[in-house]
Design a protein around this ligand. Structure first.
Ligand SMILES: NC(=O)c1ccc[n+]([C@@H]2O[C@H](COP(=O)([O-])OP(=O)(O)OC[C@H]3O[C@@H](n4cnc5c(N)ncnc54)[C@H](OP(=O)(O)O)[C@@H]3O)[C@@H](O)[C@H]2O)c1
Length: 335
């Protein structure tokens, strides 16, 4: 499988260009999926403190090592600092909780999950909410001091590389200017309908690798979003079913999922499709025996809807748009 080289503190790290996503998967599903993925050749797993999948992943990895399938350095594990721990003073303790659950002594990549922060409910490590249902914004935290605490984790050997997720252009530039250890990766929503062309150009100029989350358009999240975002299920984008994607699948004798993923990796974008289905887990990584022609790549590039293609705007965190670091202000400017 292809890897991208990440430059981090005094070393170059290899990041496999395809990883397994684990958001919204239940423990039994994660257990089966991570095992099936490792058997299918995945060496990169994406999780986060607030997915509640770290503990199960830790169990699977421990079994995988114990049974002699490989060593720690064969794997690339990403996890994320939650928005309720998004302040300098909390970075170390949240990372330690993640490492404990994952049963690992380090992670390869630690990301600040979101640029905005909420006060923390210390009982269950979730965001605190106010009586009116709005989220309790922590307006005092600042992304620069949080980044400095992230850098300390690299220096202590607890993480190999650090990066950002859901940060916008100006937030990335602010961090980059002050960083002693530059962000290695930006993880953002990225698929055929939201191709993030400007953000990708910025990252390229700064030497930051880009990971696409929801690379298939997160089709299984339609029910979740219809309750959380008031989305009508019928309005939820069906990128896998787009006629152009289906026609290319027919032409290359591949699945629509493989066409969407190949479109991204062919442009050096890391992909982390989630699946709990063993067949889809296998096909989602079988991307290296074909190449989309320049003409077909252009056809897929033309599906971009820019901001109108965005699915994840986090407005289900009621009141989040009032946080000074809410990253998608342009979406609500018209309100
Ligand atoms: N940083 C962030 O804020 C953030 C936000 C969202 C996601 N993420 C990460 O990115 C990962 C991927 O995003 P995502 O899970 O939202 O969406 P996704 O990977 O685009 O889509 C996953 C959905 O597609 C289905 N699927 C998988 N492969 C398929 C195929 N070949 N054909 C048809 N359907 C297929 C899966 O169902 P089955 O399981 O039934 O196959 C699942 O419902 C997450 O799991 C998470 O690790 C990060």
């Amino acid at each position: 499988m292809r890897s991208l080289k990440l430059t981090t503190l005094n070393q170059v790290l290899e990041m496999p260009i395809v990883g397994l996503g684990t958001w919204r998967a239940q423990p039994e599903e994660v257990e089966r999926a991570v095992w099936a993925a490792l058997q299918a050749g995945y060496r990169h797993i994406d999780t986060a403190f607030n997915y509640n999948t770290e503990e199960t992943i830790g169990k699977v990895l421990t079994r995988w090592f114990r049974e002699g399938n490989g060593k720690r350095e064969d794997l690339f594990i990403t996890t994320k600092l939650p928005n309720c721990g998004n302040r300098a003073a909390d970075v170390s303790r949240f990372l330690k909780m993640s490492l404990e659950k994952l049963q690992l002594s380090y992670v390869d990549l630690y990301l600040i999950h979101m640029p905005f922060s909420f006060h923390c409910n210390e009982g269950n490590f979730t965001p605190l909410t106010n009586e009116d249902g709005t989220f309790s914004l922590d307006n005092d935290s600042d992304i620069i001091s949080t980044w400095q605490a992230m850098e300390e984790q690299v220096e202590q050997g607890l993480v190999k590389a650090i990066g950002l997720s859901n940060f916008n252009q100006s937030q990335i530039e602010r961090i980059y200017k002050c960083a002693r250890i530059k962000p290695a990766v930006l993880q953002v929503e990225l698929h055929a309908y939201l191709q993030q062309k400007e953000l990708r150009a910025l990252c390229k100029s700064l030497g930051i690798a880009v990971t696409a989350y929801a690379p298939l358009g997160s089709p299984g999240a339609n029910k979740h979003f219809s309750s959380k975002y008031n989305y009508s299920i019928d309005d939820f984008p069906d990128i896998l079913g787009h006629p152009c994607v289906c026609a290319l699948a027919e032409k290359y004798k591949k699945t629509p999922g493989q066409i969407l993923l190949r479109h991204l990796i062919q442009q050096d974008i890391i992909v982390i499709p989630k699946s709990g289905n063993p067949d889809r887990i296998k096909t989602n990584i079988a991307l290296f025996d074909f190449e989309l022609s320049a003409e077909d790549l252009e056809e897929l590039n033309a599906l971009d809807r820019d901001e109108n293609g965005r699915i994840f705007d986090f407005l289900f965190f009621k009141g989040v748009e009032r946080h000074p670091e809410y990253p998608f202000k342009q979406r609500i400017d018209g309100w």
